[in-house]
Design a protein around this ligand. Structure first.
Ligand code: BGC
Ligand code: NOJ
Length: 811
């Protein structure tokens, strides 16, 4: 069952009911100011850091779900309704929510009155703009009262939810005409404030939540709206909100628009006050002046649309599959941008208070983002590398505001350092800019320790080599990519975090997955070394990668698939010898991606085992058989009920690894089959089962062992976005950036037939037509570049030309 449809021409998903199985959200914001916005107007806003600079409140775990947002109450006679349906839930005569690229438009109708809300964050300002257009389609004049409503968060979202004894005393606001200012803690150490304003004269306002809602009442029935008049409350402490009242008459056919702006502003420390106790509002006034008229809003909205059209023109496919086209051209890249911006910090499943920017997460997110804005990728790489430790290991996460490592989340995840190689190589393959390797970059943000970025990569590699176990395989540390495979933790304390509890390094727990990463990224590092003329280092890395390859063949092969690990007692994990957890997905995908076992025929066997043992109707589960009880030796993985999350859920992030691995073997049919199974657009018709948004990937889909197979959770912020885009754009469609230029190397299913790709790469616009007369799955036999046939499948740089036409013939 579907709850909407794709509008490809407008790059929108159109939701036709507010009652989606879960809130279906969108992200507004490109740079520093972000908002989450659901299809019923729920969500919240923050500046840079969802934990430290939260503008508005949102209550996770609330009932009814998705309460709190930017709400507009329309009072038309005795009927009160909201354009987004929540929170009054008054039945609407018509409803539609269009989520687009960085904006959403919710349009609804009640009793002949239409309300259309356009919400977006402009590319160049730190604010959310809400334009509400009301149109009277009835035959009678309507007298309407409109009430806006947002609830301020006292900046630090954790403190806001916990420290009531202080916080209920500190809330402060100022009202100046139609602008309501939130200035809690501004009197002391904060030099920033928020403003919520409207471009019209108001008939009243409220800033006290209690005054607006009334005691023991909720947002579904505020007393002020019921009585039809604001109280002009100025709160001191308690719960600061901002609400405007606007009354208006609308003649039949008449339309009026109102522009609401929620902004974040900063003042210099020594210029905070206009007069004693009165904030300096100059920056706010300048901001609001830019959103006073419809023309200004149209201009900013046009700039946002252009911004996205430009970004998405970096990679466009034209194929016979609408689902493929819309995912590649629009939604997958859009999700890559969101994960790049937010890592795992703020979604409807990530509270914005716990996890900042993940080291491994951000490195992987970059793989799907680097082509969109390479300069931002460059900056990000240097930020991430600056949190690395001198021995090459890493903080697992860092705070986006301070850009400093956050020990609350732990360290000692032994895969982390190698992801840095992955993203730096991806950056140079995309841009050709090897100068990044010379950037002087600190360790643990301490300038005294700084070396070149290249040295950071060397230390990443050496960290693995310095931490090998009894079989010559890498020690896993606290965990590897699978955060829940905690082989050295042995946690027996209820509620203890597996990420930060004591880690009893056994010296025995080894990861075949990290071994595969080492082969793959060790070889990529070697390639990079050769590229910059450092042959000696290249040879050292190649030799180390080769030794690791051997170690995997000797101690990491289980007979029909790759083993997952050795535990803290040296026992096998992910082996047919185990009672549960006999086969895991990760080493099968990554070993084959690294080329391990390809020549030996093991790769094929491993992937066939995946198909036989791990694949279900909704995708490939992480392991089988699921763990039925808690295993002290394994940690968090066995803490989940069977079929969920890392315990045999479909962890979408590693499904593309299998698809890529299939392309390594040239099995295009199979690669595409795996791609389609978890791809949102291809499973739109089971939205009632899947439940999360059909336009983006979710982290997890419940597996075959679950009570609810096919039900997804944790949509949006997942490494799935980047890896599926890498898979489909580089391995299936086969347009691969390399150090030497763009390679054309598709691996496709026969029903895909021929296709075209537009790719902007290193300043050149490539138009690539892939022909496949013999319907083969892989192999380019002829490459014609601007009319001339060239050797091999890498397109030579076309010199000064800014355009290049390529025909690749498969055969
Ligand atoms: C989740 C993992 C996640 C980890 C992050 C665990 O509870 O299951 O998916 O990576 O938390 O801290
Ligand atoms: C989600 C985390 O963000 C990611 O870092 C991890 O690799 C996966 N879960 C698997 O545990």
């Amino acid at each position: 069952m579907q709850f909407g449809h794709f509008d490809d021409a407008n790059k929108e998903y159109v939701i036709r009911t507010p009652m989606t199985p879960l809130p279906w959200i969108n992200y507004l914001g490109s740079n520093d100011f972000f908002s989450l916005l659901s299809n019923t107007c729920g969500g919240y806003s923050f500046y840079k850091d969802a934990k430290l600079l939260r503008l508005t409140r949102y209550r996770y775990n609330n009932v009814p779900m998705d309460e709190g947002g930017r709400y507009y109450y329309v009072k038309d006679g005795n009927t009160v309704w909201n354009p987004g349906w929540q929170p009054t839930k008054t039945t609407l005569d018509a409803y539609e929510c269009r989520h687009g690229m960085g904006y959403s438009r919710i349009t609804s109708k009640k009793n002949g009155l239409q309300a259309s809300l356009l919400a977006f964050v402009p590319v160049s300002d730190n604010c959310e703009v809400n334009r509400l257009t009301l149109t009277n389609h009835s035959r009678k004049t309507k007298s309407i009262s409109l009430f806006s409503y947002i609830e301020f968060c006292l900046w630090n979202a954790v403190d806001d939810m916990t420290n009531f004894q202080r916080n209920l005393n500190i809330g402060e606001v100022e009202v100046d005409g139609s602008a309501i200012y939130h200035k809690t803690e501004y009197r002391e150490r904060r030099n920033h404030y928020a403003v919520f304003s409207v471009n019209a004269e108001i008939d009243g306002f409220d800033t006290s939540r209690d005054a607006f809602l009334g005691a023991y009442r909720g947002t579904d029935d505020p007393i002020v709206v019921k009585q039809g008049s604001s109280t002009n409350s100025v709160t001191m402490g308690w719960y600061p909100i901002a609400s405007h009242q606007l009354t208006m008459d609308l003649e039949p056919g008449e339309s009026k628009s109102l522009i609401f702006v929620l902004g974040y502003l900063e003042n210099p420390k020594d210029d905070k006050w206009e007069s004693p106790g009165v904030i300096n509002k100059a920056p706010a006034k300048a901001l609001l002046a830019r959103y006073q008229t419809d023309e200004q809003v149209d201009g900013a909205f046009g700039a946002l649309r252009k911004h996205w059209n430009d970004l998405l023109s970096k990679y466009t496919v034209r194929s016979t599959s609408d689902e493929l086209n819309r995912m590649v051209n629009v939604w997958n890249q859009y999700q890559c941008m969101v994960t790049f911006n937010l890592s795992r910090s703020a979604s409807y499943y990530e509270s914005g208070t716990g996890r900042g920017m993940g080291f491994r997460d951000s490195c992987q997110d970059l793989l799907g983002f680097v082509h969109l804005v390479p300069d931002r990728a460059r900056e990000r790489i240097l930020d991430i590398a600056s949190t690395q430790f001198e021995d090459g290991s890493a903080y697992h996460q860092y705070q986006p505001l301070t850009k400093k490592g956050n020990m609350d989340i732990g360290s000692g995840f032994n895969d982390d350092p190698l992801w840095l190689i992955a993203c730096v190589v991806a950056y140079i393959r995309e841009t050709g800019d090897a100068s990044i390797l010379d950037e002087v970059t600190p360790y643990d943000n301490d300038d005294a320790t700084a070396t070149t970025l290249f040295e950071h990569l060397t230390r990443s590699l050496n960290y693995t080599l310095a931490n090998l176990g009894p079989h010559g395989l890498p020690l896993i540390g606290r965990a590897d990519w699978n955060d829940c495979l905690n082989l050295n933790c042995f946690s027996e304390t209820p509620g203890e975090s597996f990420q930060t509890c004591a880690n009893f390094e056994s010296g025995k727990a080894e990861s075949v997955f990290i071994a595969a990463m080492f082969v793959k990224y060790g070889n990529e590092y070697a390639e990079l070394c050769r590229h910059i003329g450092n042959d000696g280092e290249a040879e050292r890395a190649e030799k180390a990668a080769k030794d690791m390859y051997q170690a995997v063949l000797e101690s990491g092969w289980d007979g029909e698939w790759f083993l997952r690990a050795y535990d803290g007692y040296g026992e096998k994990v992910g082996s047919r010898e185990c009672d549960e957890g006999q086969i895991f997905i990760e080493p099968q995908g990554f070993c084959v991606m690294a080329g391990v076992g390809v020549e030996e025929g093991l790769a094929e066997q491993a992937l066939d085992s995946v198909k036989q043992r791990l694949e279900g109707p909704f995708g490939i589960v992480l392991l089988q058989p699921a763990y039925q009880s808690y295993h002290l030796r394994l940690g968090e993985i066995s803490s989940y009920p069977p079929g969920y999350k890392e315990n045999a859920g479909i962890f979408c992030h590693n499904n593309p690894w299998i698809s890529i691995a299939e392309t390594v073997l040239g099995r295009g049919e199979r690669a595409f089959e795996v791609y389609r199974k978890t791809c949102p657009a291809f499973i739109e018709d089971v939205s009632d089962v899947h439940k999360t948004e059909p336009y983006v990937y979710s982290q997890m889909i419940a597996g075959v062992d679950a009570a609810t197979p096919g039900e997804a959770k944790n949509s949006w912020l997942t490494g799935t976005a980047a890896w599926t885009f890498v898979n489909v754009s580089q391995y299936i469609l086969g347009i691969q950036p390399t150090l030497d230029g763009l390679r054309v190397n598709p691996c496709i299913s026969s029903d895909l037939g021929e296709f075209e790709v537009e790719r902007q790469y290193r300043g050149v616009n490539y138009h690539i037509e892939v022909q496949n007369p013999d319907r083969v799955q892989k192999g380019v036999v002829k490459l014609v570049v601007d009319g001339k046939e060239v050797e091999g499948n890498v397109i030579p740089h076309p010199g000064k030309a800014s355009k290049c036409k390529v025909i690749a013939v498969m055969g």
